[in-house]
Design a protein around this ligand. Structure first.
Ligand SMILES: Cc1cc2nc3c(=O)[nH]c(=O)nc-3n(C[C@H](O)[C@H](O)[C@H](O)COP(=O)(O)OP(=O)(O)OC[C@H]3O[C@@H](n4cnc5c(N)ncnc54)[C@H](O)[C@@H]3O)c2cc1C
Length: 413
């Protein structure tokens, strides 16, 4: 057991921290207001090989491990407390990786080099108006063979990066059913070309939602009407899309853990610095145990979450890179769900405490903590699976599949 980062990981963390503190920290409050991350910042990240860095070198990525990908997410969020930029980063670092694992060489050669250069957004689209938690029953979007191609019809909602994709180009890792009445074995995964750089694909119309936080990245939706997909855009085997999606969720969830950890660490540091210098009753606030003990609670939560996030990342690396047979995809799902559940909830507590220590200033928009609060709150609700769904995933692994609540069929039919 080794709780230290390797030399390579340490150097990588230092390089990303330097980059993030130099370019992201001074910019994020402005893009939280303007609702758009500057393109030149994305380009700078791509030049540093930080855009979809988990993609293999063959397709323009850096082929970094999940541990390193988490280090980058943590450092980016420490610099951008609103987590808008880390959200864009993590969606691509997870879903482009699953595309790289199972996509066709032809589609990967066409799409991934443009993604890693920061020219094309690579998103995920599974949620539909009928719901995101119960994918099997809520997914109404269909994909059907048509000659050599496939044709897709349906609607996806609450999707990250729609405005950016419409404006600059973007594709989505998408799930649809071949048989609308089928179960999880009816899902096929594919690339939906929302905008390949020459405008919205015929048959696509978009909508936007106004979120409460992480304002630098958009959330929207799109209608898909008779959109034709070439066969090489199918990801992996037809009717196995649900299984690939579960792997993608695991990758995204550990990166969400790292992101919320970074934002909470940034907020904690701001809070600690403040209570050391702010005096009331003739003493620094930090010297009152009421404040100091809260800070210690925050520190303990950060330490526990750090261990959880990096253990989950390590498990992914053991499985995917080291081919360690003792760590299964289900083990990974359990730990990544734990990281996705615990870290945003703890981060919210840590940020809330630090806001309170600032008194009235903590409730103003001049204080960076309110943007952290608004951003991190998204991950205690939805995005890559709601909080309750993480508990169900862990419960399934603790008790066994037969205890899954949704297996108790028939009661509400
Ligand atoms: C900011 C943001 C960005 C997002 N980006 C994307 C994206 O890029 N791509 C994408 O596909 N989706 C995205 N989502 C959608 C997200 O994945 C869904 O919100 C999530 O899956 C939950 O689906 P829902 O919102 O339809 O809620 P529902 O599925 O209707 O669930 C409503 C509530 O009930 C809870 N619930 C559901 N089932 C159970 C149960 N069995 N027991 C107890 N509680 C339960 C849920 O946890 C939730 O709190 C995003 C969401 C947010 C908030």
């Amino acid at each position: 057991m080794d709780f230290q980062e390797s030399e390579e990981e340490k150097m990588f963390r230092e390089a990303v921290r330097e980059f993030a503190q130099r370019y992201v920290a001074p910019a994020w409050q402005e893009y939280d207001r303007s609702h758009e991350i500057p393109r030149d910042l994305i380009k700078k990240m791509a030049d540093m090989q930080l855009w979809a860095p988990t993609v293999s070198e063959e397709y323009g990525g850096a082929g970094i491990s999940m541990t390193m990908a988490c280090i980058a997410a943590e450092e980016l969020a420490r610099a951008d407390l609103s987590i808008a930029l880390p959200v864009m980063y993590l969606v691509e670092a997870s879903w482009a990786l699953i595309f790289d694992l199972y996509g066709t060489h032809e589609a990967k050669s066409e799409i991934l080099p443009r993604v890693t250069k920061g020219d094309l957004f690579f998103g995920i689209a599974t949620t539909e108006p009928t719901g995101g938690s119960d994918l099997v029953n809520s997914t109404k979007t269909t994909i059907k063979p048509k000659g050599d191609n496939f044709v897709v019809n349906g609607e996806k909602v609450y999707i990250s990066g729609v405005r950016e994709s419409e404006k600059y180009g973007g594709v989505y890792w998408t799930l649809a059913k071949e048989d609308p009445k089928g179960d999880h074995k009816a899902f096929t995964a594919f690339i939906l070309p929302l905008n390949l750089g020459d405008g919205l694909h015929p048959g696509i119309t978009t909508t936007l939602f106004e979120d409460m936080g992480r304002m630098g990245v958009s959330t929207g939706g799109f209608n898909i009407e008779d959109v034709e997909i070439p066969p090489h855009y199918i990801i992996g085997e037809r009717n196995r899309g649900f299984y690939y999606a579960m792997e993608g969720f695991s990758a995204a969830r550990v990166l969400i853990g790292a992101t919320c950890l970074g934002s909470a660490e940034g907020a904690f540091q701001i809070g600690v610095d403040y209570v050391k210098q702010r005096k009331q009753f003739g003493r620094p606030l930090a010297s009152f145990e009421g404040i100091m003990f809260e800070a210690v609670q925050s520190w303990m939560a950060l330490e526990a979450d750090k261990n959880l996030v990096y253990k989950a990342a390590w498990m992914m690396d053991q499985h995917y890179r080291e081919k360690n047979p003792s760590i299964s995809k289900l083990d990974i799902a359990k730990y990544t769900a734990a990281a996705k559940y615990r870290t945003p909830h703890d981060a919210l507590d840590i940020i809330t405490r630090a806001m309170t220590w600032h008194g009235a200033f903590g409730y103003t928009k001049e204080c960076p903590l309110e943007a952290a609060y608004r951003g991190v709150r998204s991950y205690t609700i939805g995005a890559e699976g709601g909080a309750h769904i993480q508990l169900i995933v862990m419960g399934r692994e603790i008790f066994g599949k037969e205890y899954l609540p949704y297996r108790q069929k028939g009661q509400f039919d």
